[in-house]
Design a protein around this ligand. Sequence first.
Ligand SMILES: Nc1ncnc2c1ncn2[C@@H]1O[C@H](COP(=O)(O)OP(=O)(O)OP(=O)(O)O)[C@@H](O)[C@H]1O
Length: 299
Amino acid sequence: MSVLVEQLTKKYDHQTAVDTISFEAQPGKIVGFLGPNGAGKSTTMKMLTGYIPPSSGSASVCGFNIVSQSLDVRKQIGYLPEHNPLYLEMYVKESLAFSADLHKIQNINKRIAEVIELTGLGREQHKKISQLSKGYRQRVGLAQAILHDPKVLILDEPTSGLDPNQLVEIRSLIKEIGREKTVILSTHIMQEVEAICDRVIIINKGKIVANDDTSNLKMLTSGSKIYLFEFDKEVLNDQLLTVEGVIGAELITGNNYKVTATEDIRGRIFEFAKANDLALLSSRQEENSLEDIFRSLTK
Ligand SMILES: Nc1ncnc2c1ncn2[C@@H]1O[C@H](COP(=O)(O)OP(=O)(O)OP(=O)(O)O)[C@@H](O)[C@H]1O
């Protein structure tokens, strides 16, 4: 196991930002660390990368303890912090050379050429960082993180603020890197987890509320069913909740309602419509999405 976290806790004054969490991550698998704002994602990543000490509990990276062997841990880890600080006045290659120097990398020019190729920075490699778009700056951040060929990559919200094209490109780059390395990335975007993560850990208020393969997690709520119903007129959510088996009702657009139920309620909704002088224009069952699971677990 390349990352092993046991009962890790971080307290800031009286607030417990990370509360006795335990999890593992292994090579060749991308772990998505998913949670709402303030859940404790960045705090966890900062502890794993040795930037802040834990209050209690322990964690190791490739067998090295994050507290007592933090220098060894840093050699094993490539870290892309949430607001990746870059030296804007430096040229791309210059900034990579600077990082390579810090890591005491041999054959610096060869390695820089390799990561430039890998992160698709070729066309932009002669520019100053201040001249780069956000997506390309993020590539520079990724290039810096992988320069010393670390076994573990910790990426804190690596795609935040990117446009849809850049998003797809950076995600596929992370997926490519994740084939060999252990990648832990934090995000609050469910689609990101669905697109690239093999496993997902959901954290809420400092505690882990789910930890499973992405595909298994989708089946977690298979006990409940989600339907989309369209009526010809407005219906009150409370009215829908009177139908037996309905546990949630939400207006989506127009007269379209998203209804969560414990069983198949289509027949009853048909009867409900008739009894209330409504026409049921359409009825569709939806697959449970990771988003629904996320919302139900982090309410
Ligand atoms: N240096 C600090 N001092 C005091 N409290 C802090 C500090 N850093 C974080 N916190 C608090 O700890 C909690 C967890 O914060 P953290 O940044 O880990 O959340 P996050 O899941 O990364 O959130 P986001 O998605 O918004 O980045 C928050 O309530 C935050 O206010």
